[in-house]
Design a protein around this ligand. Sequence first.
Ligand code: AMP
Length: 302
Amino acid sequence: MNILVVGSVAYDTVKTPFGQAEDVLGGSASYFSVAASFFTSVRLVAAVGEDFRAEDRAVLERRKIDLSGLCTEKGKTFRWSGKYGYNLNEAHTLVTALNVFEHFQPRLPDSYRDSELVFLANIDPDLQRQVLEQVKDPKLVALDTMNFWIDSKLDSLRRTLSKINLLMINDGEARQLSGEVNLVRTAQRIFEWGPSTLVVKRGEYGVLMFTREATFAAPAYPLESVLDPTGAGDSFAGGFMGYLANSGNFGESSIRQAIIMGSVMASFNVEAFSLDRLSKLSYREIEDRYRAMKRLTHFEDL
Ligand code: AMP
């Protein structure tokens, strides 16, 4: 099955205790689509400005991502700047400049309308909904968002949530959105709003998944060196959705495996700035780390 993603394609400026990068390729849709491209074909919808560099487009092209929905608009590419302290789980946003996204009206190429899985990556919830309304009959729709949109567009976000199957969000934002401190209650509240599955991303502590019937937990892969956590959530989502699309099965055990594959892709991403590690990965490395994750989480009864 194929995947359609709408989200940001960005230039990021990032500072972590281990280094910094200025005006490098980032954005929720970029991280997502590169991660997912190892498993299935990906169609991207986003806008960039006239300053978007040919070498950055080439990073996406080399992964065979369908860019017929990537529009070049008058103005500048979306920019985000953030920094992290030693707690790498928490990004401090310094600048969000929407630039071309301020007036972007996405129109899907006809070839995108039959998309089977849809990922509404972190972007204005109005844009997420506009894209979703143009897809004919998606089999699974997942969404990510962040405090920026919870603070500024809560009503629109709630409307978009009513149309999706799966919400993927970090723990602080899940609590902010639901108004609940407890994550089990958070899941119950979010189920009332539409999604039937909640995946809570908890940075280096891993991931928790809730459905009405089951709960599943996965650790993050323990790494010796983490350089930049930016895009970990989107790479997780790309590995997760890519795996589901490839398996064509959305049953519970497939979802559990997809969570492990999401964790694998996120673990590679944080080893370097920007898309430097993800874009150069081999499928062999992915398989090896998937097996290592399996060993990490395996135990037997006495
Ligand atoms: P993550 O670390 O996975 O949560 O996502 C980081 C990416 O999200 C960065 O590459 C940013 O360019 C992008 N980003 C940050 N803020 C926003 C926003 N308000 N809307 C869309 N994308 C954003």
